[in-house]
Design a protein around this ligand. Structure first.
Ligand code: SF4
Ligand code: SF4
Ligand code: SF4
Length: 388
């Protein structure tokens, strides 16, 4: 079985939200989807999106030894930990900004309430998908810190969403491990919304169906990378088959152990991995640099499977960076900077895939014919028809 996955290098993410917008305009730009960001980028430390998603429960009970396969039709797997459905406020809604009032009449600020108001009258804007952007923690300028955490469905190996659906509407594709919701079978029970511990299934009130990231399957089937990864100006993502021993993801996760899953304790075995962020050292009272990094290792450990795993990842990164600076060869740094293998190793690619072409020639040295060839892969694939 193939399994698509992604490594996101948090040292490269600049929080620009290009990936968020790429996904939004491609897949969730319709009525009923206003609150949905299949892809979102949240600032950490922060409450995330949906708000406080880490407190909503779901996933597998610790030490559950069941087979984590689909329960019989009409049942929910008994090994699942109870989860809750985030309320509308946790998503932040989708208020309409009145440009006329805001920009030309100065009427959006309610002096009495000390808040910005948005139509309809009386609705106060006090939470949104990226509300706590760049807030972080610590004291400026000595030890303040924050970093960005891009998130999407992890296309988990043991997906709690699949095990929670009594209609068998959610399934994992054999050929590439992508987790999808059969819209014709979904009856809107929302067990999956409660059971995905990552808050990555959204409910469409208008269609009365659950919806989620589809790993851009119509694109990857044609050898085109997922939109979020493709549009990232920081080239923060590597996409490929997590089981391919010659692939970059396998090496980052298993050989160098620098790419770690988010909250592995939820038990779903995510296939999106993160390279934890390095950060500047704290400044001591005498103005010199201490040996302690600004982002507390305990905090990173609470996200990425424990302090030891994070410490190992950061040590390896630092060691390999130092080697590379001295002019020595480092396979790890070559993977991370895209000089050794390209960022998109798509198992569906046939013939000359876009990524390989990009890698072989470099963007600035393409002939007209090659640009034409590349355009075929970049052009928007036809969208599947929405099920009735
Ligand atoms: Fe921007 Fe890339 Fe980070 Fe998304 S992952 S916010 S596109 S830098
Ligand atoms: Fe399912 Fe959530 Fe895992 Fe995605 S992240 S496969 S929605 S359990
Ligand atoms: Fe959105 Fe595609 Fe990225 Fe999933 S893989 S978050 S559907 S752009």
């Amino acid at each position: 079985m193939g399994q698509y996955g992604m490594v996101i290098d948090l040292n490269k993410c600049i929080g620009c939200q290009t990936c968020t917008v790429a996904c939004k305009v491609l897949w969730t730009n319709n009525e009923g989807q206003e609150h949905m960001y299949w892809r979102n980028v949240e600032t950490r430390p922060g409450r995330g999106y949906p708000k406080d998603w880490e407190k909503h429960g779901g996933g597998w009970k610790p030490n559950y030894k069941g087979d984590k396969r689909k329960p019989p039709l009409g049942e929910v797997d008994p090994g699942l930990k109870e989860g809750t459905i985030p309320d509308a406020e946790a998503y932040g809604g989708a208020p309409t900004y009145d440009y006329r009032k805001g920009l030309f009449e100065g009427k959006l600020f309610d002096k009495e309430a000390g808040k910005v108001t948005v139509p309809p009258e009386g609705l106060y804007l006090d939470w949104g998908a990226n509300w706590d952007e760049d807030v972080g923690e610590g004291d400026t300028p000595d030890d303040n810190y924050y970093f960005y955490l891009p998130r999407l469905c992890n296309h988990c190996t043991d997906p709690a969403c699949v095990a929670s659906c009594p209609r068998h509407a959610i399934y994992k594709r054999e050929e590439d491990g992508i987790v999808l919701i059969d819209q014709t079978r979904c009856d809107g029970y929302r067990f999956c919304v409660a059971e995905c511990p990552y808050g990555k299934i959204y409910f469409n009130q208008l269609r009365y169906k659950s919806e989620k990231c589809i790993f851009c399957f119509p694109r990857v089937e044609k050898g085109v990378p997922p939109a979020c990864a493709m549009q990232c100006p920081g080239r923060a993502m590597i996409v490929g088959d997590v089981h391919d021993k010659n692939g970059s993801i396998y090496k980052l996760v298993n050989k160098y152990k620098v790419a770690l899953p988010l909250h592995p304790e939820y038990g779903t075995k995510p296939n999106v991995f993160y390279i934890p962020p390095l950060s500047p050292y704290k400044i001591k009272e005498d103005g010199s640099l201490s040996k302690e990094r600004r982002i507390p290792i305990e905090y990173l450990g609470s996200l990425f499977g424990g302090v030891e795993a994070v410490k190992h990842a950061l040590d390896v990164l630092e060691r390999e960076m130092e080697k590379y600076r001295k002019g020595e060869k480092s396979e790890l740094i070559e993977i991370l900077t895209g000089t050794q293998r390209d960022y998109f190793q798509l198992i569906h690619s046939k013939g000359i895939a876009y990524g390989q072409l990009y890698q072989r020639k470099g963007m600035l040295h393409l002939t007209k014919e090659e640009i034409k060839e590349m355009d075929k892969f970049i052009s928007q694939p036809e969208l599947p028809e929405a099920p009735k």
